[in-house]
Design a protein around this ligand. Structure first.
Ligand code: FES
Length: 103
């Protein structure tokens, strides 16, 4: 059987929930969290204005898409730390782990 050694799992770990799920192409952290049954706030429908999907990246921040312009603007207004992202804006491109204050 042929195995693609370049295949990436894009595995997202939700800690300390102990849940994991693989991201499909172009899925955001919020998309993956929903499939993994990891509850995340999201009152704007994932368009980047409510900031309720705020998460802290524990590892693998280099495997997420760079902040969008709206994420940078809203994040600055809400005082996001350097390791915080909006789950609805961050597209998963490799393995990472995230957490929130309410898990
Ligand atoms: S769901 Fe509203 S900013 Fe992410």
């Amino acid at each position: 059987m042929h195995r693609d050694v370049n295949a990436v799992s894009n595995l997202v770990t939700f800690t300390p929930l102990g849940r994991t799920a693989s991201a499909h192409p172009n899925e955001t952290l919020l998309d993956v969290a929903r499939r993994a049954n990891a509850p995340l706030g999201a009152s704007c429908g994932g368009v980047g204005i409510c900031a309720r999907c705020r998460v802290r990246v524990v590892s693998g921040s280099e495997n997420l898409s760079p902040p969008t312009s709206i994420e940078s603007r809203i994040g600055a207004a809400r005082g996001f730390a350097a390791d915080e992202r909006m789950a609805c804006q961050a597209v998963v491109r490799g393995d990472c782990a995230i957490t929130t204050t309410y898990w």
